[in-house]
Design a protein around this ligand. Structure first.
Ligand code: LLP
Length: 422
């Protein structure tokens, strides 16, 4: 469900025609719908409440979409933030999300980042290894603080999705084994520079089958039961994110209601505060990348290249994961669909969004929208080929605001300086 619809032959975001945004801001540009963001968050929150999951922390995975206005839209509804760097903590705080709703994950937290997290008082650090546990303990003691810590477990399940985004297999870099988690938890319970409060996992992303999730979560529950049987206090269980979204041609992901029912099933009678770290399911369908057709060039051999002004540096997912994004003309023309190779201007063959995709006929100057681009779209963008970082627009009803402007070339060059010997 999203708020990008055709009205009178033109694609709108809520009550704003996309062509109006293109005129005002230029292309390429990301466009987000407040109504879709709000809907996805409330649907998940209400599904969990409906299934009897009391007062969970829903910490939006900031890596999916870190625009401060997007974070504020969700934070105002009560969302927390799952962060993996000092930069993401700063973004969450700037969006008004208080420290007590921020969970700090990630395998490579630096001493500086940990100290910063303690200074601002994040709710929980999800610790992924023994050396990291020791570092948090040391910094906690030095600063006279005892931050709440959860041990991140790698449940060793195959949860589908692309190999590059699977995180829950034993040979991935994330988390520790169940046996290791028990040992570290006991150790952490005796540390003066932190407080062991729970266990956490995140098994992967774009998961469209609940069975591997349920299997992993049942193992996590077993771990909580074992730790408690050893006399260790466990107050929290963080079950990560990972729920998939429909990218048009893929299996329908489970509904939030089915997900919530599964959570209620595996955590029945557990008496622990649950946390979730959804990213994609909240933001993906809430955003599009709007681009303009620059050229259409036909090869004698028959290929038809649609050259856009958006490129792999703006939306990396097709190049990096062979990801499929539906491409919709903003003002569809009459006529039979034609097969297009849709490419960007970057000097790499990998800068190909799709090959032989049947699309309504297009002409230079036409606008197209890459759908389902609100998660891992703009956050993965770069300036490769010295292309300006793609701007972002947030829509609410009939209003829109530029929430990250397109920088100027002067801005881009001003960040660099000549070496003194030049
Ligand atoms: N929590 C942790 C610890 C994570 O590592 C991730 C995602 C999430 C939560 C959120 O997962 P989600 O609900 O969005 O599936 N760039 C890739 C996705 C990488 C996901 C990495 N971790 C893509 O474009 O598909």
């Amino acid at each position: 469900m999203n708020h990008f619809d055709l009205r009178d032959g033109e694609l709108f975001c809520e009550d704003v025609p996309l062509s109006r945004i293109a005129e005002a801001v230029g292309t390429p540009v990301y466009v987000y719908s407040s109504a879709t963001l709000e809907r996805h968050f409330t649907v998940l929150r209400d599904a969990l409440a409906g299934a009897g999951v009391a007062d969970p922390l829903i910490a939006f995975a900031v890596k999916a979409n870190s625009n401060v206005s997007v974070l504020r839209t969700l934070g105002d509804l009560g969302a927390g933030a799952d962060v993996v760097s000092e930069g993401e903590i700063r973004r969450a705080l700037a969006a008004g999300i208080p420290g007590e709703r921020i969970v700090f994950s990630g395998v490579g937290k630096t001493a500086r980042e940990i100290a910063y997290a303690l200074e601002v008082g994040v709710a929980e650090l999800n610790v992924e290894s023994e050396p990291e546990l020791a570092l948090v303990d040391t910094i906690g003691r030095q600063m006279g603080k005892r931050p709440d810590v959860a041990i991140r477990v790698n449940p060793d399940v195959e949860a589908g999705g692309h190999a590059k985004i699977s995180t829950g297999k034993a040979d991935n870099k994330f988390g520790v084994s169940f046996a290791e988690a028990e040992r570290l938890y006991a150790m952490a319970s005796n540390m003066a520079g932190l407080r062991a409060v729970g266990v956490a996992c995140h098994i992967g992303s774009q998961i469209t089958d609940l069975a591997p999730m349920e299997a992993a979560f049942a193992k996590m529950r077993g771990l909580v039961d074992r730790l408690r049987a050893e006399g260790l206090g466990v107050e929290r269980l963080d079950l990560g994110g990972g729920l998939g979204v429909p990218y048009f041609n893929q299996p329908e992901p489970p509904s939030p209601a089915d997900y919530a029912a599964m959570i209620a099933r595996v955590t029945k009678g557990l008496d622990a505060k649950l946390a979730f770290e959804p990213g994609r399911m909240i933001a993906a369908n809430a955003g599009i990348l709007l681009a303009q057709v620059q050229h259409i060039h036909h090869r004698l051999e028959g290929r038809r290249f649609l050259v856009l002004d958006a490129a792999m540096n703006d939306l990396l997912r097709p190049a990096m994961y062979d990801a499929y994004h539906d491409i919709r003309p903003v003002k569809p023309r009459e006529g039979e669909p034609l097969p297009y190779d849709v490419v960007g201007p970057v000097c790499e063959t990998g800068d190909t969004f799709t090959r032989d995709r049947p699309l309504q006929p297009l002409k230079p100057g036409d606008l197209v929208a890459f759908m389902t681009a609100g998660a891992y779209g703009s956050t993965m963008a770069s300036e490769y080929n010295s292309r300006l970082l793609v701007p972002e627009v947030l829509v609410k009803g009939d209003q829109f605001a530029v929430v990250r402007p397109r920088p100027s070339y002067d801005d881009m060059l001003a960040r660099e300086s000549a070496a003194p010997w030049l």
